[in-house]
Design a protein around this ligand. Structure first.
Ligand code: GDP
Length: 140
């Protein structure tokens, strides 16, 4: 199985509670390698562009206000089956439905403020990585 890359983001509820390291530990312990990482503050416009696929959803304003309310840590993760593996480590969107031991079960505050984002497919991973990183910022 070839190495795969996925895009990950540690959300403002987690950076606010200073648990970035705890979340990175979960990712690394699952066999994912952080091959790029930076802490940024998204503008509302950037959050709207990143989440454009959700613009018709009723929670779009709440989501983009939250995502631009504080720093996020954007990451490129590498590993075998990285997209699926990261989704498994994250757990379900709604923390009350997430499997025990997942990041969202253990750290998320609500369905909206759920600590992490992870790409849902290799194609979206490539798009989301390119949204935030240039090639020279990624090094295995
Ligand atoms: P994900 O791929 O598990 O992150 O879930 P989705 O792609 O369905 O939704 C994207 C993000 O929108 C989620 O991670 C949440 O932060 C937010 N979100 C999803 N559903 C809801 C909801 O019902 N209410 C609110 N406030 N936010 C939501």
């Amino acid at each position: 199985m070839a190495l795969e890359r996925t895009f990950s983001m540690i959300k403002p509820d987690a950076t606010r509670r200073n648990i970035t390291g705890k979340i990175v530990d979960r990712l690394e312990s699952a066999g994912l390698r952080v091959v790029a990482q930076k802490r940024i503050l998204m503008s509302k416009a950037t959050a709207e562009a990143f989440y454009a696929v959700h613009r018709e959803r009723p929670f779009f304003q709440e989501l983009t206000e939250f995502m631009s309310s504080g720093p996020v840590v954007v990451q490129v993760l590498e590993g075998e089956n990285a997209v699926l593996k990261n989704r498994e480590v994250m757990g379900a969107t709604d923390p009350s439905k997430a499997d025990p031991g997942t990041i969202r079960a253990d750290f998320a505050e609500s369905i909206g403020e759920n600590s992490v984002h992870g790409s849902d497919a290799p194609e979206t991973a490539a798009e989301e990585i390119a949204f935030f990183f240039s090639g020279s910022e990624i090094t295995g």
